[in-house]
Structures are given as C-alpha cells and as structure tokens.
Design a protein. Sequence first.
Length: 153
Amino acid sequence: MMKDKQTLKTIIEIFESSEVAKMELELEGFKIKLEKAQPVMMVPQGHPQATYSVPTESVSPTSQPEKSEPVQLLKDIKAPLVGTFYHASSPTSDPFVKVGDKVKVGQVVGVIEAMKVMNEVTSPYEGVIVECCAANNTSVAFNQTLMKVQPHD
C-alpha cells in the first residue's frame, strides 16, 4: 500500500500539470489509474467571443442542383502516444508511406520514439494517404493527427 497521502497527492499534481492524458501506476501492490477529460476551450471574461459569418449563395428555384459524387470524409491516423514522430525507420531509409500511397489496415505508416523506444504507428483504415500532418522528426502529442486517409468503400 502507498505509505503516505502526500506521495499520492504529489503524483496527482504532477499528472495534472503534465500533457499526459492517461496514466497507470503500480507500486508495492497499489495501483492507480488517472485519466484527463477532453479539454474545453474557455473564453476569459472581458474578452469578446469570436464570431464567424458564413457566406451564403442565393439559388433560384428553377436551377437544377449539379450531380456530384457523394463526399467521403477523411479519416485521421492519430498518435497513440507522446514522442518524436518519424516517417522512416532510419534517416537513410525511404518513408513508410507518402501522399498518394495506398495503405491497408495494420500497415506501418511511421514510428514514434518515446523514452528511447521506437513504437510503430499503424493505419486503422484501408485507403489512400492524402495528407501528412506531422513533419518528420517532430514532437507529437497524444491523439494528434499524423496523417489523413481517404478510405476505400
């Protein structure tokens, strides 16, 4: 069992002040699991809230709408942990994927180094990479979008 409440309080304070979203810790048979709620954007008092206007188009009642293919939403491949994101397994290797490449479920699309351990990032979708959102050799946050995929039907 944890020997004092101050140690527990210190662990919680460090967790709350960090960017880590989830944490599990087990010491001497004592297990603690901490998870932060999704952040909510707050507007400080005294600051006007931003307002947005959306341009509208007028449509005459006799016009026919253009036929178009249904719009497919893009899917995000997100960082499973905090660390440094790499597009390739080494500086001299080709990237795992590039924009325009087809990917399958489970295919490696990058790696994240965390505490000197390389963790593969795999695609949860089958489709085509349409955008790489995280640059090579950059720090990424938990759940940050790394790539966008146009899924197959």
